[in-house]
Ligand binder design. Structure first.
Ligand SMILES: Cc1cc2nc3c(=O)[nH]c(=O)nc-3n(C[C@H](O)[C@H](O)[C@H](O)COP(=O)(O)O)c2cc1C
Length: 200
């Protein structure tokens, strides 16, 4: 199902970091509540600025009353494959927080939510399930449809499902459904000065 030949780490790391990848092929199996909440639990332990914990999650399970509403918020090309996911999760981040001095911006709200997403994705993978983040959705419609106050950023939707063989996908999506590679460390890390190409 997964061709991990494209993922060879250049240093010795936990296999989990390269074996997690974002399939679009899902079985549509029902996800046990316990499995989903294990992933929320992992997300809960992410680090955040001043321990502000700005992440919030709204979820819908496939087959539930809210499922068609969640699915309809995705761009059409994402709906094609996400229709077979087992849950859709909306990740929000709270832009402000209450401090002893009053309500103050949580400057790191999106950064913190990204850390929570990473924990969520890796725990889901460790549980034998898969995730794919979705930035392609209708933001104003999502805010209105889910009654999300302006104080909260809608960061991303997350499709969660049991990975399936890529033959489960419509033909045009099959060939691209494989683990992707990464830029080399030499393009990403520099000692003591900015030394990065704009084109990369
Ligand atoms: C913020 C964010 C938004 C994304 N939006 C979409 C999307 O709208 N549709 C999609 O098919 N994949 C989307 N992806 C998945 C990425 O394309 C994928 O994570 C990336 O190619 C790296 O592949 P990997 O997750 O398999 O390692 C998104 C990922 C992130 C983190």
């Amino acid at each position: 199902m997964s061709n991990l030949a494209t993922r060879t780490p250049s240093h010795q790391i936990e296999p989990l970091f390269v074996s997690r990848w974002s399939t679009k092929a899902f079985t549509g199996d029902e996800i046990p509540e316990a499995t989903l909440f294990r992933s929320f639990e992992a997300a809960r332990w992410a680090p955040s600025g001043s321990n502000g914990q700005p992440w919030r999650f709204i979820y819908s399970k496939r087959g539930s009353e809210t499922w068609p509403q969640f699915l309809a918020l995705l761009n059409e090309r994402n709906q094609v494959w996400a229709a077979n996911a087992s849950a859709l999760v909306v990740l929000l981040s709270k832009k402000n927080r209450l401090t002893p001095e009053g309500v103050r911006p949580q400057r790191s709200h999106s950064f913190d939510a990204g850390a929570a997403w990473s924990n969520f994705a890796h725990q889901t993978h460790l549980s034998g399930w898969s995730t794919r983040a979705i930035g392609g959705f209708d933001r104003p419609a999502a805010r209105a449809s889910l009654a999300i106050p302006e104080d909260f950023e809608i960061e991303v939707f997350i499709a969660v499902g049991k990975p399936a063989d890529k033959s489960a996908l419509p033909e045009p999506l099959q060939s691209a459904n494989q683990p992707s590679d990464r830029l080399p460390l030499s393009s990403l890390v520099s000692d003591g000065r900015f030394a990065f190409a704009w084109a990369e």
